[in-house]
Design a protein. Structure first.
Length: 94
């Protein structure tokens, strides 16, 4: 079963919404990467991620989206970690 255009649009929309909601953290990532030689490798992450998606495109194409509560649970944990880190001024949770 292939992804429908609606499912692709929904996935892209959710990713965009997630980035928008956490935009201040993304701005911090970019600021740190641009000002610290030790963190400049951050700019390689999107390139490596795109390469991994390209290499596994057939496997990803054959995945069929199905309803599960795992996604919202992961998003809730991520949101909680983000909120706690933002309130306590942590740059990382580990």
């Amino acid at each position: 079963m292939r992804w429908t255009p609606r499912e692709i649009l929904l996935a892209v929309g959710l990713i965009a919404l997630s980035v928008f909601v956490t935009r201040d953290a993304w701005e911090d990532f970019v600021g740190i990467a641009m000002n610290s030689e030790e963190s400049s490798h951050i700019f390689l992450v999107p390139i490596v991620a795109a390469w991994l998606v390209w290499v596994r495109r057939e496997r990803l194409r054959n995945l069929s989206p199905r309803p599960t509560l795992l996604g919202p649970a992961i998003m809730l944990v991520g949101w909680a970690m983000y909120s706690i880190g933002d309130l306590q001024l942590f740059q990382a949770a580990w």
